[in-house]
Design a protein around this ligand. Structure first.
Ligand code: DAH
Length: 340
């Protein structure tokens, strides 16, 4: 028998055995396939083994080598099919493939998004930017000079009570004990110390007070501080800026009113209320920068005047989105955060 003929038959056996064992679904068909291909008496491999004796002796070594390879392939295909059948039910290989239903809706990917407070901050920067205010930054760990002293808040002032502030045990370098800043007014001082007038900045950031958390209080919240210092700045400028701001942010013609108040760093001082949906809502404090403050940073109050304001960002954001509990903003429940 010619070698080529013999090899063709071997290849044919190898191919059909591979296909047959890959398709085997149960023990009975596996056994039937085993008998057909590897049966000791009538099996197809056995038949080829007998034919091997008829191959030309000179070519028999090559024929024998290929025969052994095909035998190994057959053993491998049988073992693999057996392992597949014996894999535990529910196992990856044995589990029946669920039918693919192309009409079902796909699974939507959940995209992250910016926290509502971050969104508000971006929007506030945008609005104030259009009014010509640039953004300034200051540290959240402050010294007493910037948080109190330069802002005209003397040592005996109740705002400096250790129980009303987060003082740190680490000592500051030169400007007294350190604390987590309780107001963004600190940035007014930092900016004026570094810049000659005119100044027109806002600063947005976190402030800290040891308040017990409830629907309207949280020991950390955000403020937007504003400061404008130039020649001949008046209360009328303050009022126009705040009104333009409120109208832009709340999206309708907002009325604004000032109530007399007191802050150590402004004179006169006011509380600013916005009228929105027929309600007067307090949004923060404001006033004309106190001459003491201007002097503390080396400005001449005879030459320049200025106004300042400090608004609560949470309050603005909650108004806008009808959020009634400040704690919802910081629970980090994604179901809530995904509403915005
Ligand atoms: N810093 C004040 C506070 O935390 C708010 C404030 C009032 C800021 C009047 C100002 C201002 O700039 O002029 O309650």
């Amino acid at each position: 028998m010619a070698l080529a003929d013999f090899l063709r038959q071997l290849d044919e056996l190898s191919r059909t055995a591979t296909v047959t064992f890959a398709a085997v679904q149960d023990e009975a068909s596996w056994e039937a396939a085993r008998v057909e291909f590897a049966g000791a008496k009538q099996g197809r491999l056995k038949a080829l083994q007998k034919l091997l004796g008829q191959v030309d002796p000179a070519e028999r070594p090559a024929a024998g080598k290929r025969f052994n390879e095909v035998k190994a392939e057959l053993d491998g295909a049988m073992a693999a099919a057996q392992a597949r059948l014996q894999a535990p039910a529910g196992g990856r290989r044995a589990a029946p493939r669920p039918e693919f239903d192309p009409t079902l809706p796909g699974r939507r990917m959940r995209l992250g998004r910016l926290h509502p407070i971050t969104q508000s901050i971006e929007e506030l920067k945008e609005i104030m930017g259009r009014l010509g205010f640039s953004v300034a930054d200051g540290p959240e760990i402050e010294d007493e000079w910037h948080n109190f002293e330069a802002l005209n808040i003397p040592l005996e002032h109740p705002a400096r009570d250790p129980l009303d502030n987060f003082y740190l045990s680490a000592a500051g370098a030169s400007h007294g004990p350190l604390l987590l800043r309780s107001q963004t007014s600190t940035v007014q001082i930092r900016v004026m110390e570094q810049t000659a007038p005119p100044v027109r900045i806002i600063s947005l950031g976190r402030v800290y007070r040891p308040d017990t958390a409830d629907a309207t209080h949280y020991p950390m919240f955000h403020q937007m501080e504003g400061l404008l210092v130039d020649q001949q700045v008046t209360m009328a400028d303050l009022k126009s800026v705040l009104r333009l701001f409120a109208t832009s942010y709340l999206g309708s013609d907002v009325h604004i009113r000032f109530r007399p108040s007191f802050f150590p760093f402004t004179e006169p001082s006011v509380e600013a209320d916005f009228n929105w949906n027929d309600q007067w809502i307090e949004f923060g404090g404001a006033g004309m920068v106190d001459p003491h403050v201007l002097r503390a940073v080396g400005y001449d109050p005879e030459v320049v005047t200025g106004f300042a304001f400090g608004l609560g960002v949470e309050r603005l954001c909650m108004r806008r989105h009808n959020i009634t509990d400040i704690r919802d903003l910081y629970r980090n429940d994604v179901r809530f955060l995904h509403l915005f």
